[in-house]
Design a protein around this ligand. Structure first.
Ligand code: NAD
Length: 542
């Protein structure tokens, strides 16, 4: 920026539309859904600004109707990944020099395209690809992605304004250089917003990107890429590749120019990538940045003073929205004995009132889980709970994959606080509840802290301030996002920066300046106005 200190627009969260019967947005999204559902598309990869078809294709099917095809996508050979890398490095020459206000213009335009002309399309794609009901699609694919794009610009501007002190004879300034080399974004199936944000936020900071979306999210990833293209992301800056994650990752991590991994997904995959980067460390020209937001075993703790209806609602919404496939979803709850009868009755009533089926029928609160692997895993845990003497299913417990991967929202109650489903991330519509002696609150908090390897989200519900204080202290390291008298899901960009520690990730807080700082390498520039001409300092005088 050579000719002005420009102010960026103040970022505001995109309002969530209601999709109530009769609303124009409902008609529009249903029309888009039908059009997309009944036509087949061909999804090429996107490398160096060109559509790349390899002829080696895979079918895309909605999780709620797995025999139905909505199209195919093309998968990469090793040579395509090599092309994506060399293309990105070539594009870097211009992109890394582009003034920030030009980059800003592109990504703010992307936000407005999603808010307007692409809104119905990106929501419908997310309903089809990831089986989200319209509300879940709207808060993710439209609103959260728009928020990321808008707030990232504001965070970038805040970072750039962070400058050192100067004196009258020397001017000190910091420039926030993009990383030297190319970056790698690996994204999960469960949030279209995360899929868009991971490559976009690195590109906004001046980096070039190879992006590998999840196989289960390609239909909505295609819409993201269409938005980026229309917004004006230049050729080679964000390259999208599909296919075998091991081959793609091996090729990327073998490049000496690899400079950063932005990963969101499961813990074990992230640990294996970290290890691979460590094993290759001697190959790289720079120490790669590693950011990973990973799994969770998110908790709700109710104190004996809590309101039973509020506890039941937190459990039901926290555990079952989007079939429990949010990294923040509540999957273990600790309910005091004095509240249990009421909470149990209310939870069962609510769960029995859910309707389950295709997201096209907007009265369905629950739709399908993402794929057969997830379905089979969940069914196994449910079967085991039916057989185990220390577990009881109080509602749900049925499943059916004849048409789509439907798992009934299921509540397990266990007498064993370390029962397998209290510790393991299942990533589905299953919550396990442990009923504790109402007078053993402190012991229970200790149990919550020690039960799982994760530390992503958690919630305390209580009407006693001392109990809230005690939980806030005792659970200090048990969650990166901690909620008081609320469910543990629903973080909003700019309001609740998101991420957890322990096995849940590097806690670089998506939706904050802290995350963007990982994608720059500051250069300090000191400019001296009157340059010394004599090495002798005054103290050397006779
Ligand atoms: P996943 O780990 O199966 O896949 C994530 C990405 O990694 C995908 O693109 C996948 O293709 C890729 N991948 C898979 N195997 C790989 C390999 N061997 N090498 C390189 N890449 C590989 O995760 P998912 O099922 O898509 O998403 C669910 C997981 O993501 C859950 O564990 C959830 O908790 C986590 N998640 C965390 C956050 C967070 O902010 N902490 C947010 C969303 C999802």
């Amino acid at each position: 920026m050579g000719k002005g200190f420009f102010n960026v627009p103040i970022a505001v969260n995109e309002p969530v539309k209601s999709y109530a019967p009769g609303s124009p947005e409902r008609e529009e999204v249903l029309k888009a859904y039908k059009d997309m559902y009944n036509n087949k598309i061909n999804v090429p990869m996107y490398i160096n600004g060109k559509d790349v078809e390899t002829g080696n294709t895979r079918t895309m099917s909605p999780p709620h109707d797995h025999q139905h095809s909505v199209g195919t996508y093309h998968v990469a050979e090793k040579s395509h990944i090599e092309d994506a890398i060399s293309t990105a490095l070539e594009a870097r020459k211009l992109w890394s020099q582009m003034p920030w206000e030009q980059r800003t213009g592109i990504f703010l335009k992307a936000a407005e395209l999603i808010a307007g002309p692409y809104r119905a399309k990106i929501n419908a794609a997310t309903m089809i690809a990831q089986s989200k009901n319209i509300y879940q699609a709207e808060i993710d694919a439209a609103c959260e992605l728009i928020d990321f794009l808008r707030f990232n610009v504001q965070f970038m501007s805040d970072i750039y304004m962070e400058q050192p002190e100067s004196t009258s004879d020397a001017w000190n300034r910091i420039e926030y250089r993009p990383l030297e080399g190319f970056t790698y974004a690996v994204t999960p199936f469960n949030f279209t917003a995360i899929a868009g944000n991971l490559p976009a936020c690195m590109a906004l900071m001046g980096n070039v990107v190879v992006w590998k979306p999840s196989d289960s999210q390609i239909y909505s990833a295609k819409v993201i890429m269409d938005v980026f293209k229309e917004a004006g992301v230049p050729a080679g800056v964000i390259n999208v590749v599909f296919g075998d994650p091991v081959m793609i990752t091996d090729t990327v991590l073998n490049s000496p120019d690899f400079s950063g991994l932005h990963f969101t997904g499961s813990t074990n995959i992230f640990k294996s990538l970290w290890k691979q980067i460590g094993n290759n460390i001697h190959k790289y020209k720079t120490y790669p940045r590693i950011v990973g937001e990973t799994g969770g075993k998110d908790f709700i703790v109710a104190h004996k003073t809590a309101n039973a209806k509020q506890v039941a609602t937190a459990i039901v919404r926290g555990a079952f929205e989007f079939q429990g496939q949010k990294c923040s979803a509540a999957s273990r709850a600790y309910v005091p004995s004095n509240l249990w009868d009421d909470v149990k009755k209310l939870v069962i009533e609510d769960v029995k009132s859910f309707k389950m089926g295709s997201p096209e029928d907007m009265s369905n609160f629950i739709t399908a889980v993402i794929h057969e692997g997830s379905f089979d895993k969940l069914a196994k845990y449910i079967d085991n709970a039916k057989a185990d003497t220390d577990a009881e299913i109080i509602v749900g417990g049925n499943y059916d994959k004849s048409k789509g991967y439907f798992i009934e929202p299921t509540v397990i109650v266990t007498t064993n606080p370390k029962y397998t489903t209290m510790c393991t991330e299942l990533f589905g519509p299953v919550i396990t509840i442990y009923v504790y002696n109402e007078d053993e609150y402190s012991e229970t908090l200790k149990l919550v802290d020690e039960t799982s390897e994760y530390a992503l989200t958690g919630a305390i519900l209580s009407n006693c301030r001392y109990a809230i204080q005690e939980a806030t202290n005792a659970l200090q390291n048990s969650a990166g996002n901690f909620y008081i008298n609320d469910k543990p899901t629903g973080a909003v960009v700019g309001q609740q920066p998101f991420g957890g520690a322990r096995a849940s990730g590097t806690n670089d807080k998506a939706g904050s300046a802290q995350n963007l700082l990982r994608w720059v390498s500051p250069r300090m520039i000191k400019e001296t106005f009157v340059t010394p001409v004599d090495y002798r300092y005054p103290f050397l005088g006779e």
